[in-house]
Design a protein around this ligand. Structure first.
Ligand code: ADP
Ligand code: ZN
Length: 434
């Protein structure tokens, strides 16, 4: 069994978790009602008062909160405490529009460090590790969450920040880093840079990694595992909750444990907003149970996943598990009447050993007003023209088997798709809009 940072809480009985949740839910409902005018107004519209929340099921009486609500009240309209009590702010990466700002009290930072410490310990981090953190230190939550959590575990943190891939690799070698973190696609990018510099990753001391912050398919996870010869864990989180630290997969590698003493999770059908059935897929909706700076009720993450029905995992933890995030509901593309998630394309690509680390898809409309899909993908090594054509043909067939029509596929040499921004941009939609 892997090491637990807080065994008492991580293995607490289900009844006890539900008890803690109800107690904290009642408190948070009072807090936002009394301090956030947005919620006070919503409660009035719904004709409810905090005392109406008597059981956990009553959560369904509460209003949902959307990213647009946060944007409408930006930057500080959703803060539930005096700004004097806040000591740090962070903002989302802005992948889907204007970034969302969150403020933290000292207690919020403490809890964030605690949940991150649990995630990192679950991924193998101990106080003996040298932990390199190749994430930009700035308003983005990623670097600080990992930094605080790793220090809480007692590891030696190298705050290397993001970028300068060659420098990152040299630092890993120089300081004998044993554990690394990052945005999922960056781990693969680093592997490719190492290959081009002739650095053998298997000779480095790195043996564990915790990555996330964007679509992270099992195929990509396996790729990173093989390239670095390390155990890889998946880190899920979002600025609106704290940043990274909401959930991570244990050594069983079958689902991510979500810390239910701090976050109350529901999965709703994004269209009807009704709860889905057991083990059915839907939108993850989260309520913060302990936050003081920006507590949120029933926040619609737009991330698609499902819960596992099984309660106690083989690792001994009792906190609920969800499957790796399938994608954001707004990432779903409808092309020629078929619903596609970019993750489905990535899964096909990552299965092919000749495929490199970066890829993207373009959507266009042809002269006959028919949608076209073109997938651009890097090869792992430089290919001859014959090899390139053969790979393109193979990928067309493989992608067709999941999307039903013929895509165009262009195989490019390694390192030819430029990476812009923090998170990989996989979809470029240039279709004609009616
Ligand atoms: P944004 O990218 O929306 O501007 P954040 O920087 O706060 O905001 O990132 C949070 C979002 O990143 C999540 O809502 C989710 O869509 C995505 N994400 C984070 N971790 C993962 C993960 N492990 N797997 C898939 N998606 C993830
Ligand atoms: Zn487990």
């Amino acid at each position: 069994m892997d090491y637990m940072f807080n065994k008492k809480i991580e293995t607490i009985s289900r009844n006890k978790i539900l008890e803690i949740q109800l107690k904290n839910l009642k408190q948070i409902v009072h807090l936002v009602y009394e301090n956030v005018s947005f919620y006070k107004k919503k409660f009035k519209e719904l004709k409810i008062i905090p005392e109406d929340i008597k059981t956990l099921k009553d959560i369904r009486k509460l209003p949902l909160t959307t990213k647009d609500d946060l944007r409408d009240n930006a930057p500080f309209g959703m803060i539930a405490t005096s700004m004097d009590n806040c000591v740090e702010l962070h903002a989302s990466s802005g992948t889907t529009g204007i970034p969302v700002t969150a403020c933290y009290t000292p207690n919020d930072l403490e809890i964030w460090s605690e949940v991150m410490a649990r995630c990192l310990s679950m991924s193998g981090l101990t106080n003996k590790d040298v932990f390199q953190n190749p994430i930009p230190y700035g308003t983005f939550t990623g670097a600080f969450g990992f930094h605080y959590g790793a220090q809480k575990v007692g590891a030696l943190v190298i705050p290397s920040g993001m970028g300068q891939s060659e420098r990152q690799l040299k630092l890993m070698e120089y300081y004998s880093a044993t554990f690394i973190s990052g945005v999922a696609s960056y781990a693969m990018r680093l592997a490719q840079v190492a290959q081009s510099l002739g650095i053998d990753l298997h000779r480095l001391k790195v043996c564990n990694g915790l990555f996330g912050a964007e679509m992270f398919t099992p195929g990509l996870k396996k790729r990173i595992q093989d390239a670095w010869n390390m155990d890889v864990h998946d880190s899920y989180g979002l600025t609106e909750m704290c940043g990274p630290g909401v959930s991570t997969d244990c050594d069983v590698h079958d689902g991510l444990h979500l810390w239910e003493d701090h976050f109350l999770a529901e999965i709703l059908d994004p269209n009807t907003l009704e709860p889905v059935g057991p083990e059915e897929e839907g939108e993850l909706v989260l309520t913060t149970l302990t936050k003081e700076g920006m507590p949120l009720l029933r926040y619609r993450t737009r991330d698609i996943t499902k819960f596992y029905d099984q309660k106690v995992c083989d690792c001994g933890r009792t906190h609920i598990k969800h499957t790796p995030i399938k994608g954001r509901s707004d990432d779903m593309i409808i092309i020629r009447g078929t619903n596609i998630y970019p993750g489905q394309i990535e899964s096909v690509l990552m299965k092919n050993k000749a495929v490199g680390s970066n890829w993207r898809m373009f959507l266009t409309t042809d002269d006959n007003n028919v949608d076209q899909l073109t997938v651009e993908v890097e090869s792992k090594s430089l290919l001859s023209q014959i090899e390139q054509i053969a790979l393109e043909k193979k990928l067309i067939d493989d992608i067709k088997s999941v999307i039903v029509f013929n895509p165009n596929v262009t195989v490019l040499p390694p390192n030819s798709i430029a990476q812009e921004g923090l998170k990989a941009k996989r979809v470029v939609d240039n279709r004609k809009k009616d």
